[in-house]
Design a protein around this ligand. Structure first.
Ligand code: ZN
Length: 375
């Protein structure tokens, strides 16, 4: 039997740690570790025709990702590429104190379990059993419960669409690793649900695309990686961006309005929620604007709302709209009995002050002119 550890982790993944792992695995203890080059923060055990990869968490991690999440993709990639047929992969926690039980870290365990990676010393956490995520909603609601399901604070954001999931993943450093890891587990879920999964790259700190290792990992799990990257709003340089405009528009809506939810009725059945433009793409395309200006308008969050399919159509057709004070207006041509079909909304609704600005009102003016409501 041979045990390998990367030279760079020589101090932390000591003989003592290795023998603790071997004890749990009911394997004989060793006296020597073989140190090798490379990056993976793991212990690799080779025994006859069997190979075991154990990802080891970090003690005294300075960032929440640095506890465990950021190490998983690298080791997982190596594991997947290993031609050994009889191979296994686990996690071993160096620290099982309260620090290992924050909501963020528990999410990491659950994501790992969804990918089939168990924790060797889970019982040391002294918690009720950690469950894998079974469905997309299961994962999403766990995130919402943590109340930080906000693309600005998270490394990644995923949304449900009719036949697919789209994940927006930040690319830089630990965020990049975390978003790849999340995308892989969502791919596992998507597979069960017969959906596809797309990974849209979000450029951050100059990192323009995911690493080759992560790309291979995503491809292994059948994640479609989009070409190009979204550029975070405050650093937007439209003419250089090569990302699909629709993805960029959606990402900007997420940043402005939060998760997919109809602005009017609050419906949050994600498959029914549309990234709805105020001033339509077709009108933008037929305008006299330069290509750069067209692009700006097409992806501008001020030029849109999340609307359910019903309210999207009603807005597009001028059955409902907002006036220049942001108040909801119902088309006066609607008959009383037809108004019943404008479900769950009333004309006391208005655009919230924090969302209302000159830019949005300008789009609205163009829209109202088109639908000919004379507002
Ligand atoms: Zn609605």
């Amino acid at each position: 039997m041979k045990v390998f550890v990367r030279k760079r982790y020589k101090e932390e993944l000591s003989l003592n740690v290795v023998n603790n792992i071997l004890t749990i695995l009911h394997m004989p203890l060793i006296e020597n570790i073989e140190y090798i080059n490379g990056n993976g923060r793991c212990v690799i055990i080779e025994n006859k025709n069997e190979k075991i990869y154990v990802i080891v968490s970090r003690e005294n991690a300075d960032a929440r990702n640095a506890f465990l999440a950021q190490y998983i993709p690298t080791v997982l990639s190596e594991f997947i590429e290993d031609s050994c047929i009889n191979k296994k992969i686990y996690i071993y926690l160096l620290d099982t104190s309260e620090k290992a039980k924050t909501n963020f870290i528990i999410d990491t365990y659950r994501v790992a379990k969804t990918l089939g990676i168990d924790i060797l010393n889970e019982k040391d956490l002294k918690m009720s059993p950690i469950m894998p995520y079974m469905t997309f909603k299961d994962w999403k609601y766990a995130k919402i419960d943590r109340q930080n399901y906000n693309p600005a604070n998270n490394s990644s954001y995923a949304m449900e669409e009719e036949t697919e999931y789209t994940i927006f993943g930040k690319l830089y450093g630990a965020n990049g690793k975390d978003s790849s890891f999340t995308a892989c587990q969502l791919a596992k879920i998507a597979e069960k649900e017969n959906k596809t999964i797309n990974f849209v790259q979000v450029k951050e700190h100059g990192t323009e695309s995911i690493s080759n290792t992560d790309r291979k990992l995503l491809e292994y799990y059948n994640v479609n990686v989009s070409d190009g990257a979204i550029i975070l709003k405050d650093k937007q340089i439209h003419d250089k961006s090569t990302c699909r405009k629709q993805d960029e528009f959606k990402y900007n809506l997420l940043e402005k309005y939060g998760i997919k939810k109809c602005y009017l009725c609050g419906c949050d059945i994600e498959q029914n929620i549309i990234a709805s433009h105020i001033h339509r793409i077709t009108d933008i395309n037929h305008s006299v604007l330069s290509d750069a200006e067209k692009r700006t308008q097409a992806v501008d969050a001020d030029n849109g709302f999340w609307l359910c399919a019903n309210h999207d159509k009603m807005f597009e057709n001028g059955i409902i709209t907002f006036d220049q004070s942001g108040n909801l207006v119902i088309n006066s041509l609607m008959k009383e009995n037809q108004k019943n079909f404008i479900n769950h909304i009333t004309d006391v609704m208005k655009i919230k002050d924090e969302h209302l600005n000159k830019n949005l009102l300008n789009y609205l003016m163009l829209h109202n002119k088109r639908v000919n409501l004379g507002l």
